[in-house]
Design a binder for this molecule. Structure first.
Ligand code: TRP
Length: 338
């Protein structure tokens, strides 16, 4: 018997172009997994609106930007289904049903949401839609019966929340309609910012974008935070917690050379500018083909949006099948037609 292919679902909020942190945290895994799994990649524009309700134009424009990033890094529409969240109505109906299975207290203690509330300075004025986005994300994941969700570390609480909902649903409605999923977090789950902060994030302004020009990349690498105690070339330097080395660990294909460089840096006698030069070379080589492909695709937005449209048709068929099972389990299977 042929084994069922594992199902993958992931997504991104279209609030800006994607950066190296996205690549390391999940895009790389998505490209690697698309051959062996059935993959759905969602542009989560409705989730983006939970904290951008007053900026619909920004979200709309970034739908195309994120789609370009996906295609440029090698997510292949022949192998993966690309879809736009706002065009899948089943997701919003599922969200409403799931909201009854989650306590307000549980939502308040989601560590990622808590952190985002602080970062965005919401305080008590956090939009209700933002508070419940983990439930909407559970709908995204469960609608496609995803087995695997390749995401960065910060999304683990969303996967836990999803599995709690799935278990509650199946127990309460005596069904096995919904499927539990597993987060797939890579070794380099989190790339620090160029300023040395723990996370690369657009709102912190410390990103190297997949679409950055060669010039922008060199400037950013030159200005990167390193070991603040490494004042003179002769001084021994720290490799741990030094983002220049973390980036090299993530992107440098020549591991032996890199290890030799680390040893030299730790001994002393190796200047930051030389390490940064190496990082610049490595990143330029990695990003140039991505940027070229992106520029080419950007000339034909209709083609790119056509890919999303096609994927959305397929995604609706899958999500509607799950919704039908959910409604049946919940005694909502009325048939008033005719
Ligand atoms: N919350 C995710 C992020 O901020 C985006 C997202 C939306 C997502 N729906 C998803 C991720 C479903 C994985 C699965 O990056």
């Amino acid at each position: 018997m042929e084994q069922r292919k594992k199902i993958i679902l992931t997504g991104d909020r279209p609030t800006g172009p994607l950066h190296l942190g996205h690549y390391v945290g999940s895009l790389k895994n998505r490209v690697a997994l698309q051959d062996s799994c059935q993959q759905f990649v969602m542009i989560a524009d409705v989730q983006a609106l939970t904290d951008n309700a007053d900026q619909p134009q920004k979200v709309r424009e970034n739908v195309l930007q994120v789609a370009l990033d996906y295609l440029a890094v090698g997510i292949d529409p022949q192998k993966s289904t690309l879809l736009l969240q706002s065009l899948i109505p089943a997701l919003f109906e599922l969200t409403v049903y799931y909201l009854n299975l989650v306590t307000w207290n549980r939502l308040k203690h989601n560590p990622t949401v808590k952190q985002e509330i602080v970062q965005k300075g919401y305080g008590e004025s956090v939009p209700a839609g933002f508070m419940v986005y983990p439930v909407s994300q559970a709908a995204d994941i469960s609608a496609f019966k995803a087995d695997i969700v390749p995401v960065g570390e910060d999304q683990i609480p969303m996967i836990e929340q999803t599995n709690e909902i799935v278990r509650s649903f199946n127990r309460i409605y005596r069904t096995n309609a919904l499927v539990e999923c597993e987060a797939m977090v890579p070794k380099f789950a989190r790339l620090p910012g160029i300023d040395g902060k723990a996370k690369m994030s657009k709102s912190l302004g410390n990103c190297i974008f997949l679409s950055d020009s060669a010039d922008a990349i060199s400037k950013k690498v030159k200005g990167m935070y390193t070991d603040p105690g490494h004042l003179r070339v002769e001084d021994p330097g720290k490799v741990e917690g030094n983002p220049v080395f973390t980036y090299l660990d993530a992107f440098d294909p020549d591991v032996a050379e890199l290890e030799a460089m680390k040893a030299h840096y730790q001994r002393g006698g190796l200047g930051d500018s030389i390490v940064k030069k190496r990082l610049n070379d490595v990143l330029q080589a990695f990003l140039e083909p991505i940027r070229k492909r992106r520029e080419q695709l950007a000339q034909d937005p209709a083609y790119v949006l056509g890919i999303l449209k096609e994927g959305t048709v397929h995604a609706n068929a899958v999500a509607n099948r799950t919704l039908k099972e959910v409604r049946e389990a919940m005694c909502l299977n009325y048939d008033f037609k005719s």
